[in-house]
Design a protein around this ligand. Structure first.
Ligand SMILES: *[C@@H]1O[C@H](CO)[C@@H](O)[C@H](O)[C@H]1NC(C)=O
Ligand SMILES: *[C@@H]1O[C@H](CO)[C@@H](O)[C@H](O)[C@H]1NC(C)=O
Length: 486
């Protein structure tokens, strides 16, 4: 009898341990939106001030060849959460537009995909998402929320189910590109001109158009115009939504103090969960257009509203790190910082101000498969575990987060599907010198457009690496010279 009780107690203790051992680290995963690798001080920017993000590099590891699985928000975020190329989960498009741009659109990350969040929740973690989701919302009706973050392992959600769009800010411009707007304009002009010509010809009795037909055409044109106007006037209201868990709390959301509100949500989530393992995914709304900054940051940077917005985001990162410190959790928390893809370099405001970031020496940007579209910042800090100030030049992927976190949390890796990411810990701890990625595939929507080959240890690969580094160094060197010249 006594033995049985003891056995029972032992098992109970085991279960408790299994649910939350002190060896299970917390995770603070920070993702910026559309931030360029060249925007950060720790990646060589000398004029934008990002001291808090840079501190992660000083106190942790800098990945210099961190590659996003896609150059667009929706697929890249799907890849991060599932550890799989987005084409595997169906989160890639066969058409030109590769992301969700309407909140009402049906579709999203399939529920049979396993996110690391779901696995961590099963391990007893408290899981929160603050900020942007952009992986779909509904299936059949506007109420079913079948793709909502809370269906993918998050316990708590405060943020945008869709994304920030230019239309979300009054006078922020229009996400429907200049190209399509001029198409609308040309169509209206052509229709009006044709109608006028028809009326004139009719008046001159050169052709005979029945009045009923004319009336019908006029009505059709007016209807078309009304639909176009309605579309643009209602765009903000219907797509710019702020939610807390299942509930819409602001529609349309206001950019005013949005970063402050998000920061407060993030820090209170950590405070609420400071006595058990947690995962916080801080998915920033900045620096996607429409850009915004609060009065404390407005006009303070050297790079217009874009720079102000980056600096405010950096402030927010500082607040999160300070909270970790205050809660005495820094040593037990792995902090990761990245951007979902490269900067949107060609983005300009209606008044011509540059609203896209900087990808440094890398060509191209968001939505291109040139290096600038996919090479993103990758910073990892875990005091006492990861060597401070180290940098790693091996190719790594944002899909690596999945196996890294799953293994660290003692959860079981799914065996019924292919996971494309590789555990980063051996590389981060210096146990191995090469990353697990011999090949990385670069898709443009659903189409494979490039493959990166990182040859395994061979004399050739070694000299190739040195040669590349020398080229990079000389490029960086010449960049610096130009700068000191002006
Ligand atoms: C999820 O379900 C879809 C549709 O049934 C299927 O095609 C896909 O392979 C499933 N994915 C996984 C990871 O099981
Ligand atoms: C720093 O970032 C700004 C804003 O993106 C950019 O205009 C500038 O060229 C960058 N400076 C350097 C030295 O990379």
């Amino acid at each position: 009898m006594n033995i049985l009780v003891a056995f029972f107690l032992l098992n109970l203790a085991k279960v408790n341990l299994g649910e939350s051992t002190s060896s299970q680290p917390n995770y603070v995963l920070i993702m910026a939106d559309d931030l360029g690798i060249g925007d950060l001080g720790c990646y060589g920017n000398t004029t934008l001030r990002t001291p808090h993000i840079d501190s992660l590099a000083e106190d942790g590891i800098t990945l210099t060849q961190h590659i996003a699985a896609s150059a667009l928000c929706t697929p890249s975020r799907a890849a991060v959460l599932t550890g799989r190329y987005p084409i595997r989960s169906g989160m890639t498009s066969y058409q030109r537009i590769g992301v969700y741009i309407f909140a009402a659109g049906s579709g999203g990350l399939p529920t049979n995909e396993t996110t690391f969040v779901k696995l961590l929740k099963e391990q007893g973690y408290s899981t929160g998402l603050v900020g942007k989701w952009h992986l779909g919302l509904n299936c059949e009706s506007s109420e079913d929320h079948c793709h909502h973050p809370l269906r993918h392992g998050f316990d708590y959600f405060y943020g945008l189910p869709l994304t920030n769009l230019r239309n979300c800010k009054p006078n922020g411009g229009n996400v429907i590109g200049v190209g399509s707007r001029s198409t609308v304009r040309t169509t209206i002009q052509t229709v009006t001109l044709s109608l006028f010509t028809l009326l004139l010809l009719n008046f001159l009795q050169l052709v005979r158009v029945p009045w009923r037909a004319l009336g019908f055409i006029l009505l059709a044109v007016a209807l078309l115009l009304a639909v176009v106007l309605l579309f643009f006037s209602q765009f903000r209201n219907l797509n710019c939504i702020l939610m807390r868990n299942w509930t819409i709390i602001q529609q349309p959301f206001s950019c005013e103090n949005l970063t402050q509100r998000m920061t407060k949500e993030a820090t209170s989530f950590m405070e609420r969960n400071s006595d058990r393992p947690f995962l916080l995914f801080m998915s920033f709304i900045p620096v996607h257009t429409a850009l915004y900054a609060s009065p404390e940051f407005l006009g303070k940077s050297k790079h217009g509203l874009y720079g102000d917005s980056v600096e405010e985001m950096d402030w927010s990162v500082g607040q999160i790190l300070a909270s970790l410190e205050r809660l005495n959790l820094s040593d037990r928390t792995l902090v990761y910082f990245t951007s979902d893809q490269g900067a949107h370099v060609e983005e300009i405001s209606d008044t011509g101000e540059v609203h896209g970031g900087w990808n440094g020496i890398y060509k191209g940007g968001k939505s291109t498969n040139w290096e600038g579209g996919i090479r993103v910042p990758g910073l990892l800090r875990w005091p006492g575990v990861l060597t401070a100030g180290r940098s790693i030049d091996e190719p790594t992927s944002n899909m690596d987060l999945f196996p890294t976190i799953v293994k660290l949390s003692e959860a079981t890796m799914p065996t019924d599907r292919i996971i494309d990411g590789h555990d980063l810990m051996p590389l981060l701890l210096g146990e191995v010198q090469q990353s697990g990625h011999e090949f990385l595939f670069h898709y443009c929507n659903s189409y494979l457009s490039a493959v990166r080959w990182h040859p395994r240890h061979t004399p050739f690969s070694h000299s190739f690496q040195c040669c590349r580094r020398a080229m990079l160094d000389s490029k960086l060197g010449s960049g610096r010279k130009e700068e000191s010249g002006d």
